[in-house]
Design a protein around this ligand. Structure first.
Ligand code: PAF
Length: 283
């Protein structure tokens, strides 16, 4: 069932909350793929009802053409969700239903998490994500909300957002789903040409190689190795490769015992920006 108005959906959801039944929430921007479906399935396994929001949020785009070209496939998305068993409500609002009249981002201080990686390259992105999620959480009042680790920085920021806004929702992080050659599933993959799609496995291969050598090599050596691999690619242009501490997302210059790290990549295939990351072995 698709709801375009939060007021009507809220009434439906109230009947679940009144019975003390839990509401799972999977926020998306649509163009759903198996990665999203795995989040919805997890949410269905842990809650009586699941809301999937489908909303291309204008305030998190710093590039007008990226916003305009973002795939919008509501009908196909609804069909895909219909293949799952369980009670699923789709919330597909227009901008006004969610934002009202002023479509602007709130300014957040996420304790520095917002300045790392994606924050450096996408001005205002996390203010936009925080703003829309705050609006969605307040409108839908979910018990649990599910996010993929492909956007690991976003996941850490959402955890901080929930604390800042004092929202009574449990944030659940879920593993990255990959295509058979390793590319992380993403709505943007639909826009890749067949060659770009094939060649984009380089991101996964590089992350895997870094993971394999993490314990014996220094971080600068791993950094140079990753950058060298991309420098030789005719199809992918590296925007950043970073090894960062998972708690504060600060770039790691050397490994410290007791800390946990992940390797992060953003790269362009033509004009399509792809991101990925991988957990690194414990020191
Ligand atoms: O990850 C996304 O698709 C978006 O950033 C989100 C969480 C739906 C907010 O618009």
């Amino acid at each position: 069932m698709i709801y375009h108005q939060q007021e009507i959906l809220r009434k439906e959801l109230d009947s679940f909350s009144q019975k003390k039944q839990s509401v799972g929430f999977v926020p998306t921007m649509g163009a759903l793929h198996e990665g999203h479906l795995s989040l919805v399935e997890k949410a269905l396994s842990e809650n009586e009802v699941v809301v999937v929001s489908i909303f291309v949020n204008p305030t998190q785009f710093d590039n007008a053409s990226d916003l305009e070209k973002y795939p919008r496939t509501l009908k196909a998305d609804a069909q895909l969700l219909n293949t799952l068993k369980g009670t699923i409500f789709i919330y597909a609002p227009n901008v006004a239903d969610l934002y009202g009249e002023t479509v602007i981002s709130k300014k957040y201080n996420f304790g520095g998490l917002e300045h790392a990686m994606e924050g450096k390259y996408r001005t205002g992105h996390f203010d936009g994500v925080g703003t829309v999620l705050n609006l969605l959480f307040r409108a839908l009042q979910p018990t649990r909300a599910y996010f993929g680790e492909k956007d690991f920085q976003q996941l850490q920021i959402v955890r901080r957002l929930v604390a800042i806004e004092q929202l009574p929702v449990t944030v659940v992080g879920c593993p990255i789903l990959r295509e058979s050659h390793g590319l992380a599933m993403s709505s943007r993959n639909q826009r890749l040409t067949a060659t770009q799609f094939k060649e984009a496995d380089l991101i996964y291969k590089t992350l895997k190689k870094v993971r394999e050598h993490f314990l014996e090599e220094s971080i600068p050596t791993l950094q140079a190795m990753a950058e060298g691999i991309f420098a030789e690619s005719a199809h992918l242009e590296l925007e950043y490769f970073e090894i960062a501490n998972i708690e504060n997302l600060k770039t790691a210059r050397r490994k410290r015992k007791g800390n946990s790290y992940r390797a992060f990549v953003a790269a362009y295939a033509g004009e399509i920006r792809l991101i990925d990351n991988m957990e690194l072995p414990k020191i």
